[in-house]
Ligand binder design. Structure first.
Ligand SMILES: *[C@@H]1O[C@H](CO)[C@@H](O)[C@H](O)[C@H]1NC(C)=O
Ligand SMILES: *[C@@H]1O[C@H](CO)[C@@H](O)[C@H](O)[C@H]1NC(C)=O
Ligand SMILES: *[C@@H]1O[C@H](CO)[C@@H](O)[C@H](O)[C@H]1NC(C)=O
Ligand SMILES: *[C@@H]1O[C@H](CO)[C@@H](O)[C@H](O)[C@H]1NC(C)=O
Length: 367
């Protein structure tokens, strides 16, 4: 009896010691977190660009501590919540303004209206496409090496970081499904377009890998046919999603899952995680507090963004959408929570982000 109790204490002591090692003084679970993407993650990189795709004005940021930073939401993004769950003491700063030692903990390169393809979103003005975000990452790496003072230590650090790459929605919304502006829908069937996009994406992800990235988070696309703007412009029935759009992104997501499989097989010193955005169906949205599924919380302009200085709805937590494209903080918290620790087996594939963060790739390779 006594022996058993003693053993338990030893186990508890070891657990506490292990936790302390892992999270001493609230240390982040990974040394850095890099974010590539579009307006689902842009923290203000578009603010200084000549473009309509920027939101550094109220009511954007009404629930964010620093107000209208340029985030395309009322509050936090899923990547902000992920940074908190990973024990970072700050949200990852925008590339446009980040400098100094904070770079060592990661940078957010995301740009509203940007895509995998360079021309995507260009009718709205300038943006930072994925190819340019990768060039920015090269510059960050040189700056990091300058601060650390040693290339090898910098590479070792880069190997341990998380890389969130969430691109593709605009290659549909602000390219393929705007036939009067872009020719892609004339040259590609939806299936061929998905293949071409993921082939290009694969090259871009490989560039990151060659730059030392090993732990990847690759979210699939959400059902763009269910965003309020798509329903407003294209749906024949104001309560029903646009089927063709959802079918098109389904091809993309299937290609992306296949890519994740290939990468996990071929690049055994890395780990690639698919986040099943469309699969995260909220079984009981009413119980989760939602009441409005297909309509945004703010009054919108013709382009689907909130009218500047307008008064948003009072109960943001009842809305899935903030404006006509982007989810509310309430929705982002749910997505991030299930991305970090999968709730359903299908949420993350093959493992969730907490497991990815804690994965020791050197050991994983040896096994
Ligand atoms: C580190 O890498 C940079 C370019 O990536 C190079 O210019 C520099 O000479 C390297 N420094 C050392 C000490 O190898
Ligand atoms: C729209 O869809 C809803 C729900 O599926 C249905 O009840 C309604 O009859 C539809 N309206 C039209 C005009 O088709
Ligand atoms: C993985 O390797 C297979 C076989 O060598 C090759 O066909 C495939 O293109 C590779 N995939 C990737 C993503 O590198
Ligand atoms: C995504 O989730 C759906 C169910 O919500 C499931 O049918 C599908 O297999 C999942 N995809 C992956 C790649 O796990």
């Amino acid at each position: 009896m006594m022996g058993e109790i003693k053993q338990r204490w030893v186990v508890i002591f070891l657990l506490v010691a292990a936790c302390k090692l892992q999270w001493a003084h609230g240390e982040p679970q990974v040394p850095c977190f890099f974010i590539f993407g579009d307006s689902l993650a842009d923290p203000g990189n578009n603010n200084m660009l000549p473009t309509g795709a920027k939101t550094n004005y109220p009511p954007y940021g009404v629930d964010y501590p620093q107000g209208a930073t340029g985030r395309f939401s009322n509050g936090k993004y899923a990547v902000d919540v992920l940074a908190e769950k990973l024990s970072f003491d700050h949200h990852i700063p925008p590339y446009a303004t980040a400098s100094g030692p904070i770079l060592l903990q990661g940078v957010n390169y995301a740009s509203g209206s940007a895509g995998i393809r360079d021309e995507t979103g260009s009718h709205l003005g300038e943006n930072i496409p994925m190819n340019k975000q990768l060039q920015h990452h090269q510059l960050t790496i040189s700056r990091m090496a300058g601060i650390i003072g040693d290339n090898k230590t910098t590479q070792t650090r880069l190997n341990q970081c998380l890389y969130y790459v969430g691109m593709g929605s605009n290659d549909y919304l602000n390219n393929y499904f705007l036939p009067e502006r872009y020719p892609t829908s004339k040259s590609f069937t939806p299936q061929a377009y998905a293949q071409a996009l993921v082939a290009q994406y694969s090259e871009q992800i490989m560039t990151l890998y060659k730059n030392g990235a090993r732990k990847f988070i690759l979210p699939g696309l959400g059902n763009i046919g269910c965003v309020p703007q798509a329903i407003r412009l294209y749906s024949t029935n104001a309560t029903v999603c646009v089927v063709d759009m959802n079918k098109a992104i389904n091809f993309f997501n299937n290609e992306l899952v296949a890519l994740v499989d290939r990468f996990n097989k071929n690049l055994t010193d890395g780990k690639f995680v698919y986040v099943n955005s469309t699969g995260m169906i909220i079984q009981d949205p009413i119980a989760a507090g939602f009441r409005y599924f297909y309509q945004g919380c703010c009054e919108v302009t013709e382009n689907g963004q909130c009218v500047p200085q307008s008064k948003p709805c009072a109960t943001r937590s009842e809305y899935i959408f903030w404006d006509n494209f982007h989810p509310t903080e309430s929705m982002n918290v749910i997505t991030a929570t299930r991305t970090y620790i999968a709730e359903a087996r299908s949420d993350c594939y093959p493992i969730d982000v907490r497991s990815l963060a804690l994965l020791d790739l050197a050991t994983a390779k040896a096994i």
